[in-house]
Design a protein around this ligand. Structure first.
Ligand code: 13P
Length: 282
């Protein structure tokens, strides 16, 4: 069932678990994620970056693949199709028109007033169409889709101001980074809790790869209701495929190659569902 993120994240906030956002890259990954989450009765968010949408052939292609897989595979869990880090109002509108059920507008590269103004435009467009909106405050560090950013911690005041645009969820940059960490992540849990209590919004933790399990649990206790995971699945899948190709030097069927990473990616997904507490939460 394709839904927006409102109900799934509000439930997660109240019941103190986090819904996984897994980034998708192609048809097969989408299938692996949907099948695993359906087996475990876990709601799921399929995150699509602008780069992934372009790689897969465009927003309407992604939307059609997801809708068709849900139908053909008899997926019964709530599934949200979410634009990850939409960089402009136009791209958010495009994703919504293509059938995405949720969007993130990432105005973190703009001064706060401009971020607020553009986020407000996205909220008004999205809410008229029953689409949910996530916004970013501060700047999440690391590298994703070839775009590198410095970490800039979110402030409570900035979070309060951005929340007044009517957004449904807030992603405050509090020390997590996209991709791999150099050393231990240094998350500001105190501020996370304060932002959660003052804005009362379900919070989103980006850069879920490489955060130790205890810190993930602490983040959920401090108000995180959605955790974005991308790199970790990429590493699990690629490692298995690399081993397969090294073992079988004669293989050339692309279906066999892509499928050789299925078990590893599905195991990585299941481990995350257990950690986040979403099994049987559909
Ligand atoms: P990782 O690649 O670090 O897991 O982060 C994913 C993410 O935050 C997508 O928005």
């Amino acid at each position: 069932m394709l839904v927006n993120m409102k109900e799934m994240l509000n439930k997660a906030k109240i019941e103190k678990y986090a819904v996984p956002h897994f980034n998708i890259n192609n048809l097969e990954w989408t299938r692996f994620i949907l099948e695993t989450c359906n087996e475990q009765n876990s709601p799921v968010i399929l995150g699509v970056s602008e780069g992934a949408a372009s790689y897969m052939g465009g927003y309407t292609v992604v939307s059609a693949i997801v809708a068709s897989l849900i139908k053909e595979l008899n997926i019964e869990i709530p599934v949200a199709l979410h634009l990850d880090h939409g960089s402009s109002v136009e791209v958010c509108k495009k994703a919504i028109e293509a059938g995405f059920t949720s969007v993130m507008f990432d105005g973190s590269k703009y001064p706060l007033e401009e971020n607020i103004e553009m986020t407000g435009v996205v909220v008004s467009y999205a809410h008229q169409r029953n689409i949910t909106v996530e916004a970013e405050i501060g700047s999440i560090g690391g590298e994703e889709d070839g775009i590198a950013n410095e970490t800039m911690y979110a402030t409570v005041e900035g979070a309060i101001q951005l929340s007044k645009t009517g957004i449904d969820f807030l992603a405050p940059a509090l020390g997590s980074v996209h991709g791999l960490y150099k050393g231990e992540p240094k998350l500001n849990f105190e501020r996370m809790l304060e932002i959660s209590q003052t804005t009362e919004l379900p919070l989103v933790l980006h850069g879920g790869t490489g955060i130790p399990d205890e810190q993930i649990k602490k983040a959920i206790a401090c108000g995180i209701s959605k955790i974005n995971i991308n790199t970790e699945l990429q590493i699990a899948w690629t490692k298995a495929v690399r081993e397969f190709l090294e073992t079988d030097k004669n293989v050339y069927d692309p279906r066999k190659v892509i499928k050789s990473g299925e078990k590893a990616i599905k195991e990585a997904i299941k481990t995350k569902l257990e950690l986040l507490g979403t099994i049987e939460q559909k």
